[in-house]
Design a protein around this ligand. Structure first.
Ligand SMILES: [Zn+2]
Length: 264
């Protein structure tokens, strides 16, 4: 069989074919009791709404949650993605969300009953997803929503790609929000990309985005598994239908609504 090798350099290697092995196929400790979390959700939503705020377009906010509070983030105007950070309220300089390990334990796109895990050496559940109005699944390009693949958009990478300076990104917005509670730029970390539709190209394995399928009224819900500081940036890329480097018109950027419910 021709391999296309012309006799120069090294002959291309061939490799034995193996079936994929899902490395974390049985993370039993990572699985939640679904009935327990359904009940927690019911109890929280039947309780008091203890916080309601709007993350205005092209901005970020930060708020506190107690363990077992439920947070619902809603698309309140039109399609818009959000970038989320999580810190342990009682130890925010050290314990925070670990997107990479969360991806390994669960999957590249988080589903209901998946959890958001904290960094080492803690590796504890910080929150558990309990509601998703979209349920996009995995499409024919391998794309899904609510990923833990990509990082937040940032002005440093923007400059790397375009050569231009700017300060308007999820990273800068989350940095401003973090500073408002005594944290620093270095405390901003890799995010949970809510409402964002992403995947890895089949041929070149590059990160790709599609316009968010979220419409007005869509929401995602999670329950805090510890006392939390939660940050949310309404991405200045709007629904991410523009590639990096294109200036997104402000009318294509929208706010996100946040509600926190607590069991009586
Ligand atoms: Zn962004």
């Amino acid at each position: 069989m021709s391999s296309g090798w012309c006799g120069r350099d090294f002959k291309p290697r061939t490799f034995p074919k193996h079936d994929p092995v899902v490395c974390y196929a049985h993370p039993k400790a990572a699985q939640v009791n679904q009935a327990e979390y359904d009940e927690k959700r019911f109890n929280a939503l039947s309780g008091d709404k203890v916080l309601e705020l709007t993350v205005e377009r092209q901005s970020a906010k930060i708020w506190e949650m107690k363990a077992n509070d439920l947070c619902r983030v809603t698309v309140i105007e039109a399609s818009q993605v959000g970038d989320m950070n999580f810190w342990n309220l009682n130890n925010p300089k050290k314990e925070r969300f670990y997107a990479g390990k969360t991806r390994q334990i669960h999957s590249a796109h988080l589903n209901v009953y998946d959890r958001l895990w904290s960094n080492l050496p803690y590796l504890r559940p910080m929150a558990t997803v309990v509601g998703d109005s979209i349920k996009y699944g995995i499409d024919s390009d391998g794309a899904g929503i609510n990923d833990v693949i990509g990082t937040r958009c940032d002005d440093y990478t923007y400059k790397l790609i375009t050569g231009k300076d700017k300060r308007q990104s999820c990273h800068s917005q989350l940095t401003d929000a973090a500073r408002s509670v005594g944290l620093e730029e270095e405390d901003v970390h890799d995010v949970w990309n809510i409402f964002m539709c992403t995947g890895i190209t089949k041929d070149t394995h590059q990160y790709f985005c599609k316009p968010s399928p979220a419409v007005k009224g869509d929401y995602i819900e999670f329950i805090a598994d510890m006392d939390l500081l939660v940050g949310l940036s309404a991405c200045p890329q709007g629904d991410v239908s523009y590639p990096v480097g294109v200036i997104v018109p402000i009318e294509d950027c929208h706010p996100l609504g946040v509600e926190v419910f607590r069991q009586k």
